[in-house]
Design a protein around this ligand. Structure first.
Ligand code: 8YV
Length: 312
């Protein structure tokens, strides 16, 4: 008999065939009345298949008394209520390793696009009145500048390697120094103080909540912030205040509080580059993420070791 799995959100088409071949999927995201749907299917659910952005709340976990596994299609598991999972011995898997290069690429692209004003430059060239307007305003240099990486996990490492190619002077903050040729800094304010570009790549948990706060932004000054991690790592209201007042050089953001409904104050700003949470969003990487989530689900129900279990 196929195990019953609660599906929290949509997956690409290529994931659905293999998932449906092995599991009975209950699609919460397609339910007209999610609460009624959950009370009907919850009692038979043995696994939850979710995404980094959707996770699994305490209420969802409580609605599934037979739950054994929460499989996240995503590296971030901050939206999974780990306390609720721990209390019932429910295991959690994620998809680390297969999206590092993608997220690092996006961070580099965002840095260059923001610093060089590429979005405005595109409109300048496309708009038809370049001849009348004259040369595009001068922008900011990237190569050789100082980069700070807040969170030197797998994605932060990939990012650092790329930034080396731009001859940047790299500092990083992480729990303890790592064997890398970059400068370890223990304090986020100090990291921001020494950065022209401050990248946030840390996983999100209670200890990193608002790690980029008003003081860090003040230390960054006319430097630029690039966040490809989770919105909660940045005090978004402090960031909006700093951007509106021109107190920081700019921000490139892939993640937002309450996304996909983002604070409308962002749309009015000229010193930001906004992306719709697309760090891992390439065909190649999403194929690999889908396969890794499936491999974890299958391993669990075949009684084999999980491929990428979250230890919490
Ligand atoms: C997406 C992500 O949110 O990996 C993560 O943590 O944030 C993303 O890749 C999503 O989980 C993709 O399915």
């Amino acid at each position: 008999m196929k195990p019953d799995v609660l599906q929290m959100g949509a997956y690409p088409d290529w994931d659905m065939g293999p998932l449906e071949a092995r599991f009975v999927l209950h699609k919460l995201h397609e339910a007209r009345d999610p609460a009624a749907f959950l009370s009907e299917v919850g009692p038979k659910v043995r696994a939850i298949a979710t995404r980094g952005d959707l996770g699994a709340s305490a209420a969802i976990i409580a609605a599934c008394p037979l739950l054994e596994l929460i499989a996240v299609n995503g590296v971030g598991y901050d939206a999974v209520n780990l306390d609720a999972a721990r209390a019932r011995g429910i295991r959690v898997t994620n998809t680390p390793g297969v999206l590092d290069g993608e997220c690092a690429d996006l961070a580099v692209g965002m840095m260059i696009a923001l610093a060089r004003g590429m979005v405005g430059g595109e409109a300048w060239a496309r708009g038809g009145d370049w001849a009348r307007k004259g040369p595009y305003p001068l922008q900011r240099r990237v190569w050789g500048q100082r980069a700070g990486i807040l969170g030197l996990g797998r994605i932060g490492m990939e990012l650092g390697r790329r930034l080396q190619g731009f001859g940047m002077q790299i500092s990083y903050l992480t729990r303890s120094p790592k064997p890398v040729p970059w400068a370890f800094v223990a304090d986020p304010v100090e990291l921001a103080w020494g950065s022209d570009f401050l990248f946030v790549t840390a996983l999100a948990n209670a200890s990193t909540r608002h790690i980029v706060n008003a003081r860090v932004l003040a230390a960054l000054g006319q430097g630029m912030l690039i966040n490809i991690s989770r919105a909660q790592n940045v005090d978004e209201l402090a960031l909006l205040d700093a951007l509106e007042a021109g107190r920081i050089g700019g921000a490139a953001l892939d993640v937002f509080e309450g996304e996909p409904a983002i604070n409308p104050r962002f749309a009015a700003l000229g010193n930001v580059l906004l992306q719709p949470h697309v760090g891992s969003a390439t065909v190649e990487t999403r194929v690999a993420m889908g396969k890794l989530m499936l491999d974890n689900l299958v391993a669990h129900f075949e009684g084999r070791a999980l491929v990428t279990e979250v230890v919490f």
